[in-house]
Design a protein around this ligand. Structure first.
Ligand SMILES: Cc1cc2nc3c(=O)[nH]c(=O)nc-3n(C[C@H](O)[C@H](O)[C@H](O)COP(=O)(O)OP(=O)(O)OC[C@H]3O[C@@H](n4cnc5c(N)ncnc54)[C@H](O)[C@@H]3O)c2cc1C
Length: 453
């Protein structure tokens, strides 16, 4: 094994969380090495540029230029935008407007009640439903601070009409990526709904890859040493902090940040003892999404811009109607089925997505020039369940392993007391960076790490 290199802070995981944390720590004057197991940065936030191809026997016109594919539908909520902006990362990301967006009740599409006009005009609601929904608004604005309550129990207390309940459950699904009201914490879910309703939702020009690119470039400028194809296989406490083992070398550091889903932290930390395993136990099961990402040569006549299911947990959205993700005249569509914590059934799940597409974008099949199917993408590392809510998620600092100047920290969408999805990733990344840099840099060690991409 090669000689041991030493640095101040090792960040394991080169997704958006690891990059954001590494950047903030390096800007505070620490030497940081970021290890990424794969050949590219970005993790679940990476996007890919793909050229169109016509399928067997089909005659869709091939557009000039590339489609940008996120890994399934990716939207930015306001808390994430604000944290990224504080790091100097500001990709153009227009707000998604609700016009052209529909509720799919399993039989037909109805205008989504997203404003005063559509509230009164939509065929989804009758007079009783309007009264029921109108009465719910103040309760949603007020929220709840009772962490023991599930969102389902919270809804039970409101005596809603069946259609309004189905509408609210659908909005929650879209905002949380499938948190089941029977288990999910009302406090966490309502906070997320409000964040989406007040701050809006944005799609990024160039996809989330634009965020990854800007973060990586800022991180390199701040002096972060980024190593690709660098898989951390073990972490061990030592008298001077921690030693991270890679396939062919070891790396010593005062502090270590583990940035990624629960499986990454569990693989590295559960061998270190039961108390550590308990400290990193997720607050609920992982949430998955079956995704069908489609590049179309053009949008057929009569296509909806978005359609969200109330009887089936489906999602269809033309992301290119908001952000630059497709060649001129072409369209980038994300369609999905929220699986929650159930096992995927790839064939049936895909069929359900296609049925939703048939209603939202009739004739879509004749226009497909790019297609990618992911039967079970990991949308969120852990559902936030009641009782407990956000406060019961694992702390950013792994207490059983931390002493004095030395600590292990977690960053991810299942960690810390703030935010779901990327909002949670970035909130935990900033919290970890503050904990790591709470004291002035203690030493300057010769022979800093020589790992680099
Ligand atoms: C289909 C889908 C849709 C989503 N939509 C949204 C959305 O609309 N809004 C939102 O806010 N969030 C959304 N999310 C969630 C969001 O993408 C994630 O929360 C976020 O990208 C996670 O970032 P991360 O850095 O914590 O982890 P990851 O992106 O998972 O990064 C972890 C990194 O660690 C690397 N790694 C793993 N093991 C090792 C090892 N042993 N050594 C070194 N490196 C290792 C991996 O290769 C990976 O690059 C969505 C996710 C999916 C899958």
């Amino acid at each position: 094994m090669a000689t041991e290199a030493r640095t101040d802070v090792v960040v394991i995981g080169g997704g958006i969380g690891g990059l954001a944390c590494a950047l903030a720590v390096a800007r505070a004057g620490r030497r940081v090495t970021l290890l990424e197991a794969s050949t590219r940065l970005g993790g679940r936030g990476a996007s890919e540029e793909v050229r169109g191809e016509t399928r067997r026997g089909e005659t869709a016109a091939l557009p000039e230029g590339v489609f940008t594919l996120n890994q399934g539908p990716h939207a930015i909520f306001e808390p994430s935008r604000a944290i990224l902006a504080s790091l100097g990362v500001m990709p153009r990301a227009p707000l998604v407007a609700s016009d052209g967006t529909f509720v799919d009740d399993g039989e037909r599409l109805h205008v989504l009640p997203g404003g005063v006009g559509s509230f009164f005009g939509t065929s989804f609601l009758d007079a009783r439903d309007r009264l029921s929904l109108g009465g719910l608004f103040p309760a949603l604005v007020g929220g709840t601070s009772d962490p023991s309550l599930t969102f389902g129990a919270w809804l039970d207390r409101r005596s809603l009409t069946p259609r309004v309940r189905a509408l609210v459950e659908m909005l929650v699904r879209v905002a949380t990526y499938g948190a089941d009201p029977a288990y999910a914490s009302a406090t966490a879910v309502i906070a997320q709904l409000r964040a989406a309703a007040i701050g809006g939702v944005r799609y990024a020009d160039g996809g989330w890859g634009a965020i990854v690119e800007q973060l990586a470039s800022r991180a390199r400028d701040a002096g972060v040493s980024i190593a690709l194809r660098a898989r951390a296989s073990a972490l061990e406490p030592s008298s001077r902090g921690f030693v991270v083992r890679l396939e062919d070398r070891t790396l010593a550091a005062d502090e270590v940040v583990i940035a990624g889903p629960p499986s990454l932290a569990q693989g590295l930390l559960t061998p270190l003892g039961d108390d550590v395993a308990r400290a990193i136990r997720p607050s609920g099961p992982a949430l998955r999404l079956a995704c069908l990402d489609l590049g179309l040569d053009r949008l057929p006549e009569g296509a909806a811009k978005g359609a969200f299911g109330t009887t089936e947990p489906t999602y269809v959205s033309v992301h290119s109607a908001t952000a630059k993700l497709a060649p001129e005249g072409a369209a980038m569509v994300h369609a999905a089925l929220y699986l929650g914590d159930r096992a995927p059934r790839p064939r049936e799940d895909r069929a359900a997505i296609e049925v939703a597409l048939d209603r939202a974008i009739p004739g879509w099949r004749e226009h497909v020039v790019v297609e990618r199917h992911a039967p079970a993408a990991l949308a969120c590392g852990a559902r936030v369940d009641a009782p407990g809510g956000l406060a019961a998620r694992p702390s950013v600092r792994v207490e059983p392993l931390s002493r004095g100047d030395h600590g292990v920290y977690l960053v991810g969408d299942w960690v810390g007391a703030r935010g779901l999805l990327l909002d949670g990733v970035l909130a935990s990344a900033l919290e970890a960076s503050k904990l790591v840099t709470r004291r002035a840099p203690s030493r300057s060690v010769a022979g800093s790490t020589a790992l680099s991409a």
